[in-house]
Design a protein around this ligand. Structure first.
Ligand code: SR1
Length: 352
């Protein structure tokens, strides 16, 4: 009888394993829509900005999802030069791509070029740049939520009164959305004072911000909070605080996360106490998936939003999170985003 019970359990286990394997291989091998079969689709990622952990991880996601779909990918990098960004969109169009992902940049410099691409029959999606075109789905993180999470944590830690050094560069849609929330917080809480504003995206961004922050901190010794809603800004602020020997007196609140950021937040005495972030690799995957859906002739919502998670220094220490892999396994909301995920979409294989 015992043996029979074991046999049944074993049979159940084997069935479960088989079903699991079928489900997995089924998902991995689901047939692509007819429009995506045959000759590999050529797609281009045209980036305005690419230096820093966020952009590297985003690119890894783009590459992985493109490979899973069998796409031929070219990456064009304008290195923060708007004229070059325009030229590169032309270059992509002229090279006969089927699809383009626009990443960052400014409406004024991409709008007409993006429209040309659409008119030429090229499918286009945009991440963090407003192409102002109904045919171009806009991908973004929930920047409003991201700023709200970070600033709420700052209030939890510091109370209703803060003298804030704010790191900001106008013109970038994600930073502008985060800025909208900071403005709301200042209006709603009279104790939140913006004492100084500075910021730059000149490469290397963190070092350039560190130079500015050093001068700002000397001029405004009353600052007790730095709101730096981009991880390269936070890295710069941290360098300045540590060099000035005042890292114990000022707290940094940021956006984005990477293995390097986690390590910086967990250094003993680190002033960087919280960040709110999506998984940038997942955002890269979502960008390619949205493009693939357009290329398959499917409709895509005009706005695709990837939700963020709040990550505190305390939580990183409590859960002993050392890198992005730990973050994904210990905060599962971080590993995936079911955005632009039709049943046929092949799962990317990421090199971990
Ligand atoms: C200069 S814009 C920087 C931001 O772009 C992405 O949205 C990242 O979250 C980063 O903070």
């Amino acid at each position: 009888m015992m043996r029979f019970k074991h046999a049944l359990n074993l049979k159940g286990l084997l069935q479960g394993a088989l079903l699991g394997a079928l489900a997995y291989t089924g998902a991995a091998q689901a047939e692509l829509p007819a429009a995506l079969q045959g000759t590999a689709k050529k797609v281009a990622l045209v980036r305005y900005i690419s230096q820093g952990d966020f952009f590297e991880a985003y690119l890894a996601g783009v590459k992985a999802q493109a490979a899973a779909l069998g796409f031929e990918l070219q990456v064009l990098d304008a290195r923060q030069d708007a004229a070059r960004h325009r030229d590169m969109i032309d270059q992509a169009i002229n090279s006969g791509v089927d699809g383009i992902i626009l990443q960052h940049g400014f409406t004024d410099s991409v709008k007409d070029k993006a429209e040309e691409a659409v008119k030429a029959g090229i499918k286009v999606v945009a991440f963090d740049v407003d192409a102002q075109n109904e045919a171009i789905p806009q991908i973004e993180q929930s920047d409003f939520e991201l700023a709200r999470l970070t600033l709420s944590q700052a209030m939890k830690d510091n109370g209703e009164s803060m003298n804030v050094g704010y790191v900001y560069v106008p013109g970038f849609p994600p930073l502008e959305r985060r800025d909208e929330i900071f403005s709301q917080f200042k209006t709603m809480h009279s104790g939140i004072k913006e004492v100084a504003r500075f910021g730059t995206v000149n490469n290397p961004i963190a070092n350039s911000v560190a130079d500015q922050a050093a001068a700002v901190l000397r001029a405004h010794p009353d600052i007790n909070v730095i709101f730096a809603p981009f991880d390269e800004f936070a890295k710069g602020a941290k360098i300045a605080l540590e060099e000035a020997g005042i890292a114990d007196a000022i707290k940094i609140y940021s956006a984005d996360v990477s293995t390097a950021d986690i390590q910086a937040m967990r250094e003993p005495g680190s002033p960087w106490v919280a960040t709110a972030a999506t998984n940038p690799t997942v955002v890269g995957e979502v960008s390619v998936r949205a493009l693939a859906m357009l290329l398959a002739g499917e409709s895509v919502e005009h706005k695709l939003v990837v939700p963020p998670t709040l990550i505190t220094q305390q939580e990183l220490n409590d859960k002993d999170i050392n890198n992005m892999q730990d973050l994904q396994s210990k905060l599962p909301s971080f590993a995936h985003a079911d955005v632009a995920m039709p049943a046929w979409m092949p799962a990317p294989k990421l090199a971990n």
